[in-house]
Write a protein that binds this ligand. Structure first.
Ligand SMILES: [Zn+2]
Length: 213
């Protein structure tokens, strides 16, 4: 009998496709030079002008993804980094929908004749499933009367980080844009109330069901 290699259980991974989406989104909001600088600071030079291939192989560690986010804060300061992470998150959704929408059968969800609360429910469920199925991220979704509670039980965005305030802005941005899309252009309040980087057990993101506009 052979024991499994110790390294097999020491880290969690995102698929190449998802990290490729994050880098394309970052490129959209900060330009190619900006992304290259972030990759350089993150000790990920091998990805400069060489984004991960567009496949489902799980080859980028949670630590690498969170380091990208930390580098944004170092380069642009906490406020600037936060704004860029939110915008990159929103841009991620567009690329993510292109890649995952047809696979998951939700490419037309926004146009379906369903009441808004049903669209939100279907969208949130499928979205949660996507991370659980294709990555080592673990999401638990709870529906309450007026809100959804999105809990990243294992969160790649802040993996290994410490922070004074919740810092998973990439995830908040993705969810904001997902809701904007599924509702046909409405904005919803999405905010993080607890974060592993601040010592909480999980990263908790609240999604209000009532649109702001
Ligand atoms: Zn987190």
């Amino acid at each position: 009998m052979e024991l499994p290699a110790a390294t097999a259980v020491t880290d969690y991974y995102y698929p190449n496709k998802m990290v490729r989406i994050v880098l394309l989104a970052m490129e959209e909001v900060m330009g190619r030079n900006g992304v290259n600088a972030v990759l350089n600071l993150s000790q990920m030079k091998h990805l400069i002008n060489n984004f991960p291939p567009n496949n489902f192989d799980r080859q980028i560690t949670f630590g690498e993804l969170s380091t990208l986010m930390r580098s944004l804060d170092i380069m642009y300061g906490p406020r600037g980094g936060r704004g860029l992470a939110l915008r990159a998150g929103r841009a991620c959704f567009k690329y993510g929908l292109k890649e995952f929408g047809p696979v998951l059968g939700i490419a037309d969800l926004a146009c379906r004749l369903l009441p808004l609360h049903m669209k939100l429910k279907v969208g949130a469920d499928v979205f949660c499933e996507t991370f659980n199925k294709f990555s080592d991220q673990q999401v638990k979704l709870t529906e309450l009367e007026d809100r959804f509670i999105w809990e990243n039980m294992r969160c790649p965005v802040c993996w290994g980080r410490t922070a004074d305030a919740p810092c998973c802005f990439l995830a908040v941005g993705i969810l904001q844009e997902a809701l904007y899309w599924v509702s046909g252009g409405k904005n919803f309040e999405v905010y993080e109330t607890g974060c592993v980087a601040c010592g909480d057990e999980v990263c908790t993101i609240v999604i209000e069901k009532k649109p702001l506009d």
